[in-house]
Structures are given as structure tokens and as C-alpha cells.
Write a protein that binds this ligand. Structure first.
Ligand SMILES: *Cc1c(COP(=O)(O)O)cnc(C)c1O
Length: 254
């Protein structure tokens, strides 16, 4: 095993151990928690190594970056591409080409654009609705109280298989401030389970990242999105990936 492979395997083992420990203390089955490796800024060569180690889905923020990698890795079997970043309607046609799942749905315009593109390709994808549980206006996602009415519109888009909810918690080392974000998402999911229309599933709760996934698992996460802990620190600041929706801050939206 070369050094890159050994390092990645060691990181993967450590993350799985952390997931296992978090599940044990929450009385949960580790089989209920999906590890979604987040691969933004990670090159196709390292993704080949990740695939060789058994990883079969990659989470990416930017459509064009992900599309390029999906083409470079088209020969790898059983690979799922998961878009976890904000999508602009004019990028929907690229997403429809290769994405298997989209976790950041937060507008009917995007739902419409994506559904139209998917239908013309005869494809369907899994979708999570992104919720802004921190109340920060720098985060994408619907306000929790907007979500029930939004979800009621989604059966109109037959290429979108709605599976649940996604959130980015507050970025803070203070668990007392982070945990309420996760609690809010779980409570919303539980409520929507009662009232969601036919064909809309509310099982998946995508929450928790490298720094806070134990807390998210304690609050019911079924998907944790892990980048840094797996692949190391990213060369690009996260502001390049989380543009300010108000347009005030520097980053260019994808
Ligand atoms: C980058 C990113 C992650 C992973 O963050 P890490 O702290 O590196 O684990 C998770 N979710 C989203 C939406 C991201 O953009």
C-alpha cells in the first residue's frame, strides 16, 4: 500500500470508529448512518484511491467541478455522485447529466429546472430539502416554517425522489449552540413524516460534518458528510464553496 492509500485508509478507519462510538452511545445501529465522503477540491487521482478502498459515493459542492470528475472517473463501477451545494437554475442541465442525488433543494424554480432536465434524459434522482436551521442569513436553505408548504408542492416533480432533509449547522465549537440546529431538523422531519404527501419520503437526515458529526448522530443523523477528516485540509477556503446568498461577500456562486 503506498503512502496516500495508507493515509486515506487510516483516516477512514478513524472516522468509522468515531461513527461507531457515537452510535453506541446513542443506542443506534451504525448501519443506519451513511458516511458521505465530501470530495470538493480533491483530485480525480485520490478519488480513484478512495474508490479502491471501497467508497462508492462522493459529495461535491460545485456542479462543474463534479461534472469534470465524473467524466474523469466514468470507468469506475457503482459510483454515485451527490451534489450538496446550492444549484443555480442555469446549471440544472449539467447536474441532470451525472448527479444521482441532490441534497440542497431549496426553491421551486430549481425543482422545476432540474425536473425538466431529468425528464428529457429519462432520469430520476434522490433529493433532500435543505433547511436553514441556524437562522444565519449566510446559509442557503429554507426557513423551517417554510418547509411543510414547500414539500407539499414536490409531488409535481416526478423525476425528484424526495428522501428527507439536509442542514448545515452553525459553525461553532460550542455544542450548546450547534445541537439545537440538529434537533430542529429532526423535529421537522418527524412532523413532516405525519403530514408529507404520498410519494414523499422523510427518512434521510443529512447533518453533521468533520467537526460535529458525533453530535449529529446523537440527534438522529442518517447521513454524515465528511470532508476534512477524511481527505485532510482543503487548499481553497470554504468561502469559495459557501457563497453568501445575499451576494455581499466575495465568492462567486457556482
Ligand atoms: C465541505 C462540506 C462538508 C464537509 O465539511 P468538512 O468540515 O470538511 O467535513 C459537508 N457539507 C457541505 C455542504 C460541505 O460543503
Amino acid at each position: 500500500m503506498d503512502r496516500d492509500t495508507a493515509q486515506l485508509q487510516a483516516n477512514l478507519d478513524a472516522i468509522r470508529a468515531r461513527i461507531g462510538a457515537a452510535c453506541r452511545s446513542a443506542g443506534r445501529d451504525p448501519g443506519e448512518v451513511r458516511l458521505l465522503p465530501v470530495t470538493k477540491t480533491v483530485g480525480a487521482d485520490r478519488l480513484r484511491i478512495a474508490h479502491a478502498l471501497g467508497l462508492r459515493q462522493f459529495g461535491e459542492n460545485k456542479v462543474q467541478e463534479a461534472l469534470g470528475k465524473s467524466e474523469a472517473l466514468a470507468d469506475l463501477p457503482d459510483l454515485r455522485w451527490v451534489l450538496i451545494g446550492h444549484l443555480q437554475t442555469n446549471k440544472a442541465r449539467y447536474a441532470a447529466r451525472f448527479a444521482d442525488e441532490f441534497q440542497a433543494l431549496d426553491s421551486l424554480r430549481v425543482a422545476q429546472a432540474l425536473d425538466t432536465q431529468l425528464q428529457s434524459r429519462g432520469r430520476a434522482i434522490d433529493v433532500l430539502v435543505q433547511v436553514n436551521t441556524s437562522g444565519e442569513d449566510t446559509k442557503f436553505g429554507l426557513a423551517p416554517d417554510e418547509v411543510p408548504a414547500f414539500v407539499r408542492q414536490l409531488p409535481a416533480f416526478s423525476s425528484l425522489r424526495v428522501r428527507g432533509l439536509m442542514t448545515l449547522a452553525l459553525f461553532s465549537d460550542d455544542a450548546a449552540r450547534v445541537r439545537p440546529c440538529f434537533v430542529r431538523l429532526r423535529e421537522l422531519r418527524d412532523r413532516l413524516r405525519q403530514e408529507a404527501p404520498d410519494g414523499i419520503a422523510m427518512d434521510d437526515l443529512s447533518m453533521g460534518m468533520s467537526g460535529d458529526f458525533e453530535l449529529a448522530i446523537a440527534e438522529g443523523a442518517t447521513t454524515v458528510r465528511v470532508g476534512t477528516a477524511l481527505f485532510g485540509h482543503r487548499p481553497t477556503p470554504d468561502s469559495a464553496y459557501w457563497p453568501d446568498p445575499s451576494g455581499a461577500a466575495g465568492a462567486t456562486p457556482d
